[in-house]
Design a binder for this molecule. Sequence first.
Ligand code: NAX
Length: 326
Amino acid sequence: MKTPTRIAVTGAAGQIGYALLFRIANGDLLGPDQPVILQLLDLPHALGAMRGIDMELQDCAFPLLQEVLVTDNPEVAFRDADIAILVGAQPRSKGMERKDLLAANAGIFAKQGRALNAVAKREVKVLVVGNPANTNALIAMHAAPDLDPSCFSAMIRLDHNRAQAMLALHLDKSVDSISQLIVWGNHSPTMYADYRFALVDGQSASFALRDERWNREVFIPTVAQRGTAIIEARGQSSAASAANAAIDHVRDWVRGSGGRWVSMALPSDGGYGIPEGIFFGVPVVCDGRQANRIRGLDINTFAREKLQAAVDELVQERDAIRHLLD
Ligand code: NAX
């Protein structure tokens, strides 16, 4: 039998956690022949809820699930972790200013980054989902100087999947027929869903997508506002689709994206004029070992404006917590 993969999930008692854990245990993340150990972290008040989830996981009798560990201590949750999915974060409460939200989350992600640095596998793959995801990932990476920056990523895959589904609907095509789509930037309303390079059934889609008004006034804003639309409709933020996107992100990173472009927020290496260090959604192809950036794409005036808006926002976020990065 294969050695089990240790997967740490934070915020395990939350709504995304509840949608994520059963799918991981079922093999949706690492495939039908890879045993897993779940290492669940949440705050002390949620230990009871996590025990309940542990009981439910047992009751599913998943053949791949070797063990479940429940804790409120990051150094226990991240010990020898091969994969860490950081979902838990401080939500914005009424009257809280953005800078206070950034600071509260900075404290959480600095602590978790230090714990990852101390006890996780050296080749751990870390996905930050908890918002503000891009900047939380930056903080965690800085707090983990012994881990390679390539161990860290933040999630923009939900936005990528939303864009893909919306484009498919618009073109009356299957979701699968669409490739080479990108969502650039921050997981926030400044994100830029970019179909300029998209292929439909392997052919350039430019003939079908000549309607620049639809692009600018419908497609881009609808993708960016989809999270808000779901909150308005459901009364709660996206959970199952967010968990699904986390699975897609990590699955492709670990097992390869099969030549397909996917969007991941990675620490910028200066490509496309994006300042180094900030976590920025970019197109990548994953080869089963690492995420390889797609380089050399044309950035026209409109695209440059959109990228710059995300850069400005992420630099502002970084500057608000800069004292924690030194
Ligand atoms: P919930 O409020 O349902 O769950 C969050 C869980 O995190 C709670 O159980 C809480 O006790 C726990 N938690 C808080 N601080 C913690 C800490 N220091 N250590 C461990 N656990 C901690 O939120 P949920 O709907 O599950 O969303 C979780 C996060 O995902 C939020 O920050 C949310 O904004 C973010 N999202 C990010 C998305 C993305 O694409 N990057 C999309 C979906 C989602 O909105």
